[in-house]
Design a protein around this ligand. Structure first.
Ligand SMILES: O=C(O)CCC(=O)C(=O)O
Ligand SMILES: [Fe+2]
Length: 383
């Protein structure tokens, strides 16, 4: 910006300013006669100094670069090129305090190699045992999502609620900050929905929260592998079954989240089968039908979403047939899911509870009273 002279006469300053004003300041180039220069293609944008007056500026609202999509989950970030993130900005994608678990960026030019590199910032990338990979060699870590006119969804195969899942939770170290970039998008339809495990946990009564915190559940890859074999496809790694805590603590935020999903969680261990079925069905139903925990994203070509598979579940919609939809996913392994008890032992701290600003009543709202966890007083964080 050009320097600005003041009216104060200190040590002959005004004289010097008067002198300077005789010269042409290169920032204030003189009026240009466009008519004399009308062959120049940008003549209309040459400097022009009309004699017009404007009212003094008032305080105005400006558009935030960060737009929260719902009170519980989902943030759209505007004006960032993901190819130019600093290491600190990359870390923020994976769960800074105040993070809303799922971040969305539009118009991103980063290619699949750059997307994979960004994924590697969070951990080694997962190779899926059954889902497709691209034809191009060297992209074995990519999970391809693809549908077109030749692949009409079979509504007899699944109930919609069963499609909710967190990715590959049957692995010993299931994924953390996962990204999906849509490279071909239907004109409409094909939205993705996410549901917050923080919100689900915080919506429960203190008694239910404590009960769930002591439980573990079995996550299984068997049905997925059987489905692939049934379709005549090769399974690239034998399916595994792994036990994880029903409530896990996010290692960065220290917040508690429900960690079960309809896609892969089969059984709560150490309780009667009927009890396991009832509790899991209740949690699955909350995930798939409680819209206060959810956000729904309408994609455009080159949109990319980052979600933390440790604390959200998600589902695709298949309402766009026969249009083409094509997306590529990078999936870093996270840590082994940590229970509340293990987190407390490791850190000496109580995990936190996310406080939702909506919903809840006196009986079920855990924030009306202090809760004691094995000697630690739990703190709450508002999102
Ligand atoms: O296609 C979608 O919207 C989501 C697919 C999915 O579940 C995934 O890529 O993890
Ligand atoms: Fe998924």
């Amino acid at each position: 910006m050009a320097p600005v002279a003041t009216n104060q006469n200190r040590n002959g300053e005004n004289d010097r300013v008067a002198q300077l004003k005789q010269q042409v300041n290169p920032f204030y180039s003189p009026n240009a006669d466009s008519a004399a220069d009308d062959t120049y293609e940008h003549a209309a944008y040459k400097p022009y100094f009309p004699v017009i007056d404007w009212a003094p500026l008032q305080e105005i609202e400006v558009t935030d670069r960060v737009q929260h999509l719902t009170p519980a989950i989902g943030t759209e970030i505007i004006g960032i090129d993901l190819r130019q993130l600093t290491p600190a900005q990359k870390d923020e994608l994976s769960g800074s305090p105040g993070c809303r678990e799922r971040r969305l960026f539009r118009d991103q030019e980063l290619n699949i190699h750059e997307q994979l590199d960004l994924g590697r910032h969070f951990g080694p990338l997962h190779k899926h045992a059954t889902t497709p990979i691209p034809k191009e060699p060297g992209l074995e870590e990519v999970h391809v999502v693809y549908n077109d006119a030749a692949r009409r969804p079979d509504t007899t195969a699944f109930a919609k609620s069963e499609l909710w899942h967190s990715d590959v939770t049957y692995e010993i170290q299931p994924p953390s900050t996962t990204s999906l970039k849509v490279i071909t998008c239907p004109e409409n339809g094909g939205d993705t929905l996410w549901s917050s495990g923080y919100a689900l946990y915080s919506s429960l009564s203190p008694g239910m929260q404590t009960y769930l915190e002591g439980l573990t559940a079995l996550h299984s890859a068997v049905a997925q592998a059987d489905g692939s074999r049934g379709a005549g496809l090769h399974v690239r790694r034998e399916p595994v079954e792994t036990v994880h805590p029903v409530v896990r603590v996010h290692p960065v935020t220290g917040w508690k989240s429900v960690y079960v999903n309809p896609g892969f969680t089969r059984r709560i261990l150490g309780v009667p089968k009927a009890e396991s079925d009832t509790i899991l069905n209740f949690l699955f139903q909350q995930i798939s039908s409680n819209v206060d925990f959810q956000v729904r994203f309408r994609w455009e070509r080159n949109s990319i979403a980052f979600w933390d598979n440790r604390i959200v579940t998600h589902t695709a919609t298949f309402d766009f047939w026969p249009q083409r939809r094509h997306a590529l996913r990078a999936t870093p392994h996270g840590e082994r899911p940590e229970s509340v008890e293990d987190y407390e032992k490791r850190t000496g701290k109580a995990p936190k509870i996310v406080r939702l600003r909506f919903g809840g009543n006196k009986a079920s709202n855990p924030f009306k009273r202090k809760r004691v966890h094995r000697g630690h007083v739990a703190t709450t964080t508002e999102i």
